[in-house]
Write a protein that binds this ligand. Structure first.
Ligand SMILES: CC(C)(COP(=O)(O)OP(=O)(O)OC[C@H]1O[C@@H](n2cnc3c(N)ncnc32)[C@H](O)[C@@H]1OP(=O)(O)O)[C@@H](O)C(=O)NCCC(=O)NCCS
Length: 395
């Protein structure tokens, strides 16, 4: 048996435009969003014979209706992949697509697959958070988990309590900056955003860009917004990722297969880790998952030249930055803006982070390593470390 681990490469990633739940894609099926992302991925990589794809792993948090029926299989069939290509669905809430990537990558590294598609979709229009959940009564009766932990916005308020130095003003300033960074990077970002048909009362339109960004966001505009998760709280719509519809998909391969087929190498996986934390303060999840991933890879935080951290809430990013002693406005962190500006279609976002990091790597040959990381509902964090194939010389 050949037991050497193979290098896993991120070939390419795409996403649909992200829409505000209840707006742009309100009348669009979730499976149509992910099918569009897969078809776009195939079109961008004509050198890939579709029959060579060994797996299609797709994430959704609510796996019912248009996100059910084993989406990985149904979307693969509907996207026109050969019937011989298998697929499955996967769920780790916000880190669904990230887990799809780490799962298929593990299989590629261990020589079970050569090429796989991973991605995710969330229509928060069709499936609002918590739809159809039936928490075990023990959770409440025995207070195994504080019921607050089931409400993500409340966990963000809890984080402000835990870290009093993360003030509302700091969170607001972070949100203003991420909106500005997104606005400045719109052109680079559009390279990986496919068009998507959308239906509205006025008829069909073709969406070409994200619906959610608010480039004119200011400290003054954020100062007096409602705090929907707690009276007199600190978390507002301006410092939260909005409820979002969207889909992402990416292509992963072992390095030799990529070379054989002439597929580009945008990033090489170094390692990954997931970690559990208190569900009531789930936003700290990226801290232990990053510590764990770095330790396993034999790296330190100082080796990381670019960070793509999902902005579920500003406070949670700031907790991560404080822990690692990184400044709030460090240019290495979400340099092109994050989920507060562009949106967070839960299970899809992990691949959005990776696609963005891949594009940033190409522009930063001085950077060797980058990470994608995110917090997860019910208290988890996920981190994937990537190496830049364009790296030239010292960091
Ligand atoms: C925070 C949240 C409740 C807000 O939802 P909403 O009320 O539908 O949001 P809106 O876009 O209508 O914004 C609310 C108000 O804030 C204003 N606002 C939002 N962002 C703003 C900004 N950047 N600058 C100025 N005003 C802003 C809106 O204009 C709106 O004002 P209005 O009430 O006068 O119309 C919702 O986005 C949410 O639940 N987010 C978290 C999602 C989540 O938990 N995801 C999982 C993470 S783990």
């Amino acid at each position: 048996m050949n037991d050497t681990i193979r290098d896993v490469v991120f070939v390419d990633g795409v996403r649909t435009p992200f829409g505000k739940a209840g707006k742009l894609f309100e009348d669009t099926r979730a499976d149509d969003l992910i099918i569009r992302a897969i078809r776009s991925l195939l079109r961008r990589n004509p050198g890939l014979p579709p029959e060579r794809i060994d797996e299609v792993a797709l994430a959704a948090t609510t796996q019912i209706g248009d996100q059910g029926l084993t989406l990985g299989r149904t979307a693969a069939l509907l996207a026109g992949l050969p019937r011989s290509v298998p697929g499955y669905s996967i769920d780790r809430m916000c880190a669904g697509a990230m887990t799809a990537v780490t799962s298929v990558s593990s299989a590629i590294a261990s020589r079970q697959y050569d090429i796989a598609i991973a991605g995710g979709v969330e229509s928060m229009s069709n499936h609002p958070m918590g739809e159809g959940v039936d928490p075990n009564p023990r959770i409440i009766a025995e207070r195994l988990v504080d019921p607050d932990a089931l409400q993500m916005g409340v966990t963000a308020e809890n984080l402000h309590d835990l870290y009093p130095s993360i003030t509302k003003e700091r969170a607001d300033a972070y949100a203003v900056r991420t909106q500005q960074r997104y606005a400045a990077a719109a052109e680079q970002l559009s390279a990986d955003v496919t068009t998507m048909a959308a239906r509205s009362d006025e008829g069909w339109t073709v969406a070409t860009r994200d619906e959610l960004p608010r480039p004119s966001t200011s400290m003054e505009g954020l100062a007096n917004l409602r705090t929907p998760f707690r009276p007199h709280g600190r978390v507002t719509a301006g410092t939260s990722s909005p409820n979002t519809d969207g889909a992402t998909a990416c292509l992963l391969a072992d390095a030799e297969t990529a070379a054989e087929l002439g597929l580009p190498v945008a990033m090489t996986m170094v390692g990954f880790a997931f970690a559990g934390v208190d569900p009531e303060t789930m936003g700290v999840g990226p801290i232990p998952s990053t510590e764990k991933a770095l330790a396993r890879a034999g790296l330190t935080i100082d080796d990381i030249g670019l960070f793509e951290i999902n902005e579920a809430f500003a406070v949670q990013v700031l907790a991560f930055l404080d822990h690692f002693k990184i400044a709030d406005d460090d240019p290495r962190v979400n340099p092109w803006g994050g989920a507060i500006a562009m949106g967070h279609p839960l299970a899809a976002s992990g691949v959005r982070l990776m696609t963005q990091l891949a594009r940033e790597f190409a522009e930063h040959p001085e950077v060797r390593y980058g990470i994608t990381t995110m917090c997860v509902g019910l208290g988890q964090g996920g981190t994937v470390i990537w190496e830049n194939p364009n790296f030239k010389g010292a960091k």
